[in-house]
Design a binder for this molecule. Structure first.
Ligand SMILES: [Fe+2]
Ligand SMILES: [Fe+2]
Length: 221
């Protein structure tokens, strides 16, 4: 996609940063996923392989505009989840593994940072309003299906190690997370449906700025 842009287009450099950031996300999430396999979530590799196969199919058989639209739809979630994790779930993360919580905070802070790149790239590749609505819906449904599979498997694996009382508490907590995220996304997704939507003006969560300043210059290799 970068090669199709004029040599002096600033989006070329922004795409290069986007790719670097996503490559770093992938590297650290792969290490995290390895830890999850070792912890007994043995169906996760199969779910990842199915998703990777579908992505290969998208790259082989769908147009560049379609793939840019999928990336744009995926990236719609970045700044929204950044706000959610920094401003709406501190109570739920109380007692969570600090490394895992920080992995997600760092990832989502960078998602906020590069929120414009996929949006602009999609329009450069011939995107339009109605197509954006359709491809965003298609993308979110596709991601939602894989997310639900992984969540079902992980909760089921967890449930095997819990007492009946803990299992009830786990189910209650899961419902609470779904409800909170559902209401949050319902409010936040409405502006995405408007013709003039752009992620440009979404406010940066204060916690995201602090975290990125703290991490500035750190080597994540
Ligand atoms: Fe990412
Ligand atoms: Fe991203």
């Amino acid at each position: 996609m970068r090669d199709q842009l004029p040599a002096d287009d600033p989006l070329r450099d922004e795409l290069a940063v986007f790719i670097r950031q996503e490559a770093a996300h992938t590297r650290l999430h792969r290490a995290y996923n390895q830890a999850l396999y070792h912890a007994g979530y043995d169906r996760l590799p199969g779910i990842e392989q199915d998703l990777a196969a579908e992505y290969r199919g998208f790259l082989d058989h769908k147009s560049l505009r379609w793939n840019a639209g999928y990336a744009q739809g995926f990236e719609v979630l970045g700044p929204l989840y950044a706000e959610f994790i920094f401003e709406h779930v501190d109570d739920l993360l109380d007692g969570a593994d600090a490394q895992v919580a920080d992995l997600w905070r760092w990832h989502l802070a960078e998602e906020y940072e590069h929120r414009m790149v996929a949006h602009q790239s999609y329009y450069r590749m011939g995107g339009s309003y109605l197509h954006r609505l359709w491809i965003t819906w298609t993308t979110l449904r596709h991601l939602g299906r894989f997310n639900a599979r992984a969540e079902r498997h992980m909760l089921k694996a967890d449930a095997q190690k819990l007492t009946p009382q803990q299992r009830r508490a786990s189910r209650k907590r899961t419902r609470q997370v779904h409800r909170r995220l559902g209401w949050f996304l319902l409010r936040k997704v409405l502006p995405v449906l408007l013709p003039g939507y752009t992620p440009a003006h979404l406010p940066m969560p204060a916690g995201a700025r602090r975290l990125l300043e703290r991490m500035d210059g750190m080597d994540l290799a």
